[in-house]
Design a protein around this ligand. Structure first.
Ligand code: CP
Length: 303
């Protein structure tokens, strides 16, 4: 069966656990890399810019013995030059895996339905599952997941959606603080809560950042204005006043709390320089873990 990972919901909590176990084992092990993608080609279709996702996927494919083939935003033209079905059915004749960053989740679904090969979501407007795998891996390394509290402060966006489900499935107590109109949708909160009920975790939503962060073990934020939302910048800046993760907010968390951000950051907006560059910041481990998590995901899919 061809397994695609278009959202965190495509992986059960125990499957995420298996992928993260593999990632930790591979990260600790020195010596030969895997061969799960030997002789295989992964097509990396990016309709948006990227540093972390593109570099980590290219390296991860190579580390597993495969060949990455990158298509940049102007080269692709999905939906303009060709339909997702035409791109998918042709790409499936050349390649063994498609990794795609796109605006629209349905593009991923259409590529998966037409290509006959696994498709991995490298970010859509709806989900960022590979980011969430790396995030939970990072939390595992920094004190563990089960029973610990994760406070997400900011936009109820794609990153929040994937993170809440992945962390809840690991038994974390997830608190989401967003201003009115920017909350994570109720259905996604319920999906995460369902995972939490099975793992012993919990999910709660609120508007007060201090309430979310109080005593938390991890404080997480993301940009207020994501790629494609630039026209909303002014209204978003007004809505998110009081939601900056700064030293005063972090002081409400557990004294050894880790601070996370998926990057790129808009310094001085959702997070202060002092916190992003400070001793509690674990954002570089988080960025590095994109490589380990995605490598493990592909090894698991093809192993
Ligand atoms: N966090 C993340 O997806 O970074 P890039 O946009 O640089 O890939």
């Amino acid at each position: 069966m061809t397994r695609s990972v278009l959202s965190i919901g495509d992986l059960s909590a125990s499957e995420i656990g298996a992928v993260l176990d593999l990632a930790l084992e591979s990260k600790r092990r020195s010596g030969p890399r895997g061969s799960e993608l030997a002789g295989k080609t992964a097509l990396l279709i990016f309709q948006k810019p990227s540093l972390r996702t593109r570099v980590s996927f290219e390296l991860a494919v190579s580390n597993l013995g495969g060949r990455p083939l990158y298509l940049s935003p102007p080269e692709v033209g999905i939906g303009e030059r060709e339909s997702p079905e035409d791109v998918g059915s042709v790409a499936g004749r050349y390649c063994d895996l498609i990794v795609c960053r796109t605006f629209d989740q349905t593009v991923l679904e259409r590529l998966a339905a037409s290509s006959g090969v696994p498709v991995i979501n490298a970010l859509s407007d709806w989900e960022h599952p590979c980011q969430a795998l790396a995030d939970v891996l990072t939390i595992r390394e920094h004190g563990g997941t089960s029973g610990r509290c994760l406070a997400y402060v900011g936009d109820g966006n794609n990153v929040a959606r994937s993170l809440a489900a992945a962390a809840a499935g690991e038994g974390m107590h997830v608190r989401l603080a967003s201003p009115a109109g920017y909350e994570l949708d109720a259905s996604s909160v319920e999906d995460a809560a369902l995972r939490a009920r099975e793992s012993g975790g919990s999910v709660s939503t609120m508007s007060d950042p201090e309430e979310a962060v109080f005593g938390a073990d991890v404080v997480y934020t993301d940009t207020w204005t994501s790629m494609g939302q630039e026209l909303e910048t002014k209204q978003r800046h007004e809505a998110f006043v009081g939601y900056q993760v700064d030293v005063n907010l972090v002081a409400k968390a557990s004294p050894d709390a880790g601070v996370m951000h998926c990057l790129p950051a808009h310094r001085g907006e959702e997070i202060s320089d002092e916190v992003l560059d400070g001793p509690q910041s674990i954002v570089l481990d988080q960025a590095e873990n994109r490589l380990h998590a995605q490598q493990a995901l592909m090894a698991w899919l093809f192993g």
